[in-house]
Design a protein around this ligand. Structure first.
Ligand code: ZN
Length: 152
């Protein structure tokens, strides 16, 4: 984890701290010398304590990335389910499938959809096995590598 960013990816503002200005870590209760602090946020002695405190306060969201994906998926549950169904059909037909294949099938079937973060959740469910990365062909993906998956 980048120590100059907080758990939400926001930059931690560096402020001058006088030497001898120690304080107690709210997590492990050890005294420490803070060298920077985030405005309006609790200051911990280190990343470990920061993460431990965050996980305790957010028991359902231990993995921020997974949480973000779940939230994004919740915003478009119907289209996510449609794409997951198409992905499974394609995997049964072709063995391996990536998100570009699913997009192409959706377009072939005349399914109108709005791209969003939920697209990244199509293979985030049990039953899929990651195979490898391949270059994306979808125009807006800018040739980013996309995962190739097969049913496990
Ligand atoms: Zn600590």
């Amino acid at each position: 984890m980048d120590d100059s960013l907080d758990l939400f990816g926001m930059p931690i503002q560096a402020v001058p701290i006088r030497s001898g200005d120690t304080r107690e870590c709210p997590e492990c209760r050890r005294p420490f010398l803070p060298y920077k602090r985030a405005e309006g946020r609790q200051v911990f002695c280190g990343t470990e304590c920061r993460v431990r405190a965050w996980k305790r306060d957010n028991p359902d969201g231990a993995d921020l990335k997974a949480r973000g994906k779940t939230l994004a998926a919740d915003r478009n549950p119907e289209m996510l389910q449609t794409f997951r169904r198409l992905a499974r059909e394609l995997a049964l037909e072709a063995g391996e499938v990536c998100i570009d294949d699913v997009r192409a099938r959706a377009e072939l079937l005349g399914i109108r959809y709005e791209s969003g973060n939920w697209i990244g959740s199509v293979f985030s469910e049990p039953g899929w096995q990651f195979v490898r990365y391949r270059r994306a062909t979808h125009a807006s993906a800018h040739a980013r590598p996309v995962g190739v998956w097969r049913l496990s």
